[in-house]
Write a protein that binds this ligand. Structure first.
Ligand code: DAO
Ligand code: DAO
Length: 292
């Protein structure tokens, strides 16, 4: 039987690695490893910024730089800074929770703004339940609304209520991504919260309670689903007013209803939103997407 032969490895230098070289190699290896780790993990945005700042301070400190560990600090600081720069233009961090959202998804969806859903418990303290990012499908936003609003400037558009009513009510692509931050979320409390938040919008837009529609929506969420911190829920409006829900990228259901789509997005961009600052940010984001 013919034996398999591996090509011979290039011979390693026989000279022992000097202490100085060793430190340099260690510094480079460590910084590549740590830098890559930080660069790829979006949930580490806060830590990345903190580390970049501290390492840079350490490196620029005269004493550290003159000492033999200068190499280590220098390359670590450079790697962290570049990871931070690389990330700052491709993600947006929700400031209250540190959750980061990619600025664009699937090539056509653009992030319009981010916010946080809070809930007060026993009327005492507010807990952060989830961070959210609202995405608009740029081509469909333009296709549906550019004729009507394309001549207005972003500043004019930002103040135009009718524009947001049209964004909420038209059959154009929108998606909200929720990332759970609360550690003890039970399906029971989630159902209860929907009944208040979505239920009141169904009533507002249709004039009736629509118990059956709300029931259809909440019955998608089975009792055995777990919602640990870090779970991502994507709720999208697909063509034909179809509201699709995915949990950690797995589709769990779709419901065709203009009223339900409108009620859901009204929670984030409507007149009485879950997070007022986020609403302002999302509204200007949408206005600039349409006018650019
Ligand atoms: O445990 O009593 C509690 C507080 C839970 C608050 C639940 C708020 C749910 C908001 C909707 C979450 C959607 C994923
Ligand atoms: O924040 O009050 C609110 C409304 C949130 C609507 C989100 C619906 C998707 C929740 C999926 C739960 C899965 C068990």
């Amino acid at each position: 039987m013919a034996s398999l032969k591996f090509p011979s490895l290039p011979t390693l230098p026989s000279k022992p690695i000097s202490n100085h070289n060793f430190k340099r190699q260690l510094a480079v290896t460590l910084s590549v490893g740590i830098g890559l780790g930080l660069a790829v993990a979006p949930q580490l945005a806060k830590q990345r910024r903190w580390l970049a700042k501290n390492l840079w301070e350490a490196y620029t400190d005269e004493k550290t730089r003159r000492s033999s560990s200068g190499y280590l600090w220098g390359s670590l600081a450079c790697m962290s800074l570049s990871a931070e720069v690389a990330h700052s233009d491709s993600t947006r961090v929700e400031p209250n929770t540190g959750v980061s959202f990619p600025s664009s998804l699937d090539e056509t969806k653009q992030l319009a703004g981010v916010g946080v859903r809070r809930k007060s418990i026993f009327g005492l303290k507010n807990i952060n339940v989830y961070a959210f990012g609202l995405y608009a499908d740029e081509p469909s936003l333009k296709e549906k609304l550019v004729d009507k609003y394309g001549k207005q400037s972003a500043t004019e558009l930002k103040e135009n209520k009718e524009f947001y009513e049209d964004v909420i009510g038209n059959d154009l692509g929108l998606m909200v991504r929720l990332e759970i931050v609360y550690r003890k979320l039970s399906i029971g409390s989630v159902r209860g919260a929907f009944e208040d938040s979505i239920g009141s919008r169904l009533q507002k837009f249709s004039g009736t309670e629509n118990k059956e529609l709300l029931q259809r929506f909440t019955s998608q969420f089975k009792d055995d689903y777990k919602l640990p911190r870090g779970t991502k829920i994507d709720i999208s409006r697909l063509p034909g007013h179809i509201l699709q829900t995915k949990i950690d990228d797995k589709e769990i259901g779709s419901i065709q209803s203009k009223l339900l789509c409108q009620s859901l997005f009204d929670l984030y961009i409507g007149e009485d939103p879950l997070d007022k600052l986020a609403k302002e940010e999302i509204r200007s984001g949408l206005a600039s997407l349409l006018t650019q």
